[in-house]
Design a protein around this ligand. Structure first.
Ligand code: FAD
Ligand code: 2HG
Ligand code: ZN
Length: 457
C-alpha cells in the first residue's frame, strides 16, 4: 500500500488534503516570507489518529511539520525542504481537548468565558492561532506581566512522540514534584519534540473592573520610568504595559482603516496601561491618581482613559494592529528581543543610524516584560539591507546578555542563531534530547536547532 492510501485508511478521504489551493495557503507562512512546496496535508481528529500517523511516518522516516493556526512569525509552521507535508491540527485543540482547569478548583470545562474565567494568554493573533500552537511556541502576549508565562499556567498536557507513543502528562495540580517535569520540554519546543494534543491550563477568574489608558511620553526614558512607577503605584491591578514609538503609530494610522489617533497631536512614544481588578471605584481612583501624578511630574505629556468598550477596543487595535500595518507597508525584517529595558531603545537608535533612509525602523512591544519588537520596514527584501541588520542585531543582543527570541521562538529563521543566546553546552544537550526523543528527525526538522549540530549528535 502506498503512503497516501495508508493515510486515507487511517483518516478517511476528508483527512488527506491534496487540493492545490488549500496546500498553497498552508505552504505559506503568515508573513508570506517562507514558502514550501509540500503536496500533502493530514488532518487528524483524535490523539489516536495523530499517534497512528506519527508511528507510520517514523517507520518510513517521513518528516512532518505540525501546523496550528499558522500565525507563527519565524517560519516554524511551514514545510520548507523535503518534508512530506503537514499535520494540520485544527480539529485537535479546537473540538476535542481544550480543557480548562479553572483556578485551582479543578472544575473542568470547555470554554472559559461560559464559566466567567479568562485565558491567561492574550495576543493579536487570537482570532487564528490555536492553543496547541500557543503552547508549542510558549507564546507571551499582552498580559504576561500579570499572569506569567505558559510555563507557569500550563498545568499539564498530552503529547504524541515521534514513534507514536502518547505521553499523558495531564495533571491539574499546582504542585507536583515527582521527578522531572516533562511537560516543560514541550512548552516552547515548536513541534520538534512531539505534537501537543491536550492542554490543561490555569485560568484566572474574569474580574469586573478593567480600565485602559492611552498615554504619550516624549522620550524613551520617560516610558521606562513610567513602568517602574506603574509597578509601584498600581501594584496588583496592573495587567498590561505596552509601548509603541511614533513610527509604529504612523504606520497604523496610515495603513489600517477606521483608526484614528486618540490624542490631539503626535508624540514620540505611546504607552498603553491596563488595570484589571475587582472593584471599579477603587481601581479607577488608583489609576486616575497615578495618571495625574505622572502628568504633574512630566513623565506623561498627554493621555486619555477609555470611556467605553468601543474606545477600549480601538486603543487595543492600535497596538495589536502594528504587525498588520507593517505587512501592508512592504517587506519586514522582524526581530523579537529580550533586553534590559534601559538598553532597549539604544539598539533602535543605532539601527536607525546604520540604515539611514534605506528603511523605516519601527519599535514597539511588551515593555513591561522587557520585550522589544524591532521591525524594519522597506519596500522590498534586499541583501544590502539585511547585511546592515544582521549579524549586528544578534551580536548587540548577545553582548547585552539579551535573548534573540523573547516569545516567537526560533523556527527556521533563527535555528542557526541559537548560539547568540545559549551556550554550546546547552545547545549540545538540546540536540541530544532531540535525538533521544526523535531519533529519525521526523518532527519539524530544520527548525529550532542548527542542522550542523543535529547531524553531529
Ligand atoms: P503555528 O504558527 O501553526 O505553529 C507555530 C509553531 O508551533 C510551529 O513550529 C509548529 O510546528 C508548532 N505547532 C503548532 N501546533 C502544534 C501542536 N499542536 N503540537 C506541536 N507543535 C505545534 N506571539 C507571541 O508570543 N506574543 C504575541 O503577542 C504575538 N502576537 C502576534 C500577533 C500577530 C498579528 C501574529 C500574526 C502573530 C503573533 N504572535 C505572537 C506569534 C504567533 O501568533 C504565536 O507564536 C502563536 O502561539 C502561534 O500559534 P499557531 O497556532 O498559529 O501556531
Ligand atoms: C506583537 O506583540 C506580536 O504584536 C508581533 O508579538 C510582533 O510582529 C511583531 O514583530
Ligand atoms: Zn509580542
Amino acid at each position: 500500500m502506498d503512503d497516501i492510501s495508508y493515510f486515507k485508511k487511517i483518516l478517511g478521504e476528508r483527512g488527506v488534503v491534496q487540493d492545490e489551493e488549500k496546500l498553497d495557503d498552508a505552504n505559506t507562512d503568515w508573513m508570506r516570507k517562507y514558502k514550501g512546496s509540500s503536496k500533502l496535508m493530514l488532518q487528524p481528529r483524535t490523539t489516536e489518529e495523530v499517534s497512528q500517523i506519527l508511528k507510520y511516518c517514523n517507520s518510513r522516516c517521513l518528516a512532518v511539520v505540525p501546523q496550528g493556526g499558522n500565525t507563527g512569525l519565524v517560519g516554524g509552521s511551514v514545510p520548507v525542504f523535503d518534508e512530506l507535508g503537514w499535520i494540520y491540527l485544527f480539529h485537535i485543540p479546537k473540538f476535542l481537548h481544550f480543557m480548562c482547569i479553572f483556578s485551582i478548583f479543578g472544575c473542568h470545562c470547555r470554554i472559559c468565558f461560559w464559566c466567567r474565567f479568562i485565558m491567561p494568554l492574550d495576543l493579536g493573533a487570537k482570532g487564528s492561532c490555536q492553543i496547541g500552537g500557543n503552547v508549542s511556541t510558549n507564546a507571551g502576549g499582552l498580559r504576561l506581566i500579570r499572569y506569567g508565562s505558559l510555563h507557569g499556567s500550563v498545568l499539564g498536557l498530552e503529547a504524541v512522540l515521534a514513534n507514536g507513543t502518547v505521553l499523558d502528562m495531564l495533571a491539574s495540580l499546582r504542585k507536583d514534584n515527582t521527578g522531572y517535569d516533562l511537560k516543560h520540554l514541550f512548552i516552547g519546543s515548536e513541534g520538534s519534540l512531539g505534537i501537543v494534543t491536550k492542554v490543561s491550563i490555569l485560568t484566572p477568574p474574569k474580574l469586573s473592573s478593567v480600565n485602559l489608558a492611552f498615554l504619550a511620553c516624549e522620550d524613551y526614558a520617560s516610558c521606562q520610568k513610567l513602568l517602574l512607577e506603574a509597578k509601584r503605584k498600581l501594584g496588583e491591578i496592573l495587567s498590561a504595559f505596552e509601548f509603541l514609538d511614533v513610527n509604529a503609530m504612523n504606520l497604523v494610522l496610515k495603513h489600517l482603516d477606521g483608526l484614528r489617533d486618540p490624542l490631539s497631536s503626535m508624540h514620540n512614544f505611546y504607552v498603553l496601561i491596563e488595570t484589571t481588578g475587582s472593584m471599579e471605584s477603587h481601581d479607577k481612583e488608583k489609576l486616575e491618581a497615578f495618571l495625574l501624578q505622572s502628568m504633574d511630574s512630566g513623565l506623561v505629556t498627554d493621555g486619555v482613559l477609555a470611556q467605553d468598550i468601543n474606545q477600549t477596543s480601538s486603543f487595543w487595535h492600535i497596538r495589536e494592529g502594528v504587525p498588520e500595518a507593517l505587512m501592508k507597508a512592504g517587506a519586514v525584517y522582524k526581530y523579537d528581543l529580550s533586553l534590559p529595558p534601559e538598553k532597549m531603545y539604544e539598539l533602535v537608535e543605532e539601527m536607525r543610524t546604520r540604515l539611514g533612509s534605506a528603511a523605516n525602523v519601527v519599535a514597539y512591544g511588551h515593555l513591561g516584560d522587557g520585550n522589544l519588537h524591532l521591525n524594519i520596514s522597506a519596500p522590498q527584501y534586499t541583501d544590502s539591507i539585511l547585511s546592515k541588520i544582521e549579524p549586528f542585531v544578534y551580536e548587540w543582543t548577545s553582548k547585552h546578555r539579551g535573548s534573540i527570541s523573547a516569545e516567537h521562538g526560533l523556527g527556521l529563521m533563527k535555528a542557526d542563531k541559537i548560539h547568540y543566546s545559549k551556550s554550546p553546552e546547552s545547545v549540545q544537550l538540546m540536540a541530544e534530547i532531540k535525538k533521544l526523543i526523535d531519533p529519525n528527525r521526523i518532527l519539524n526538522p530544520y527548525k529550532v536547532l542548527p542542522s550542523s549540530v543535529l547531524s553531529q549528535s
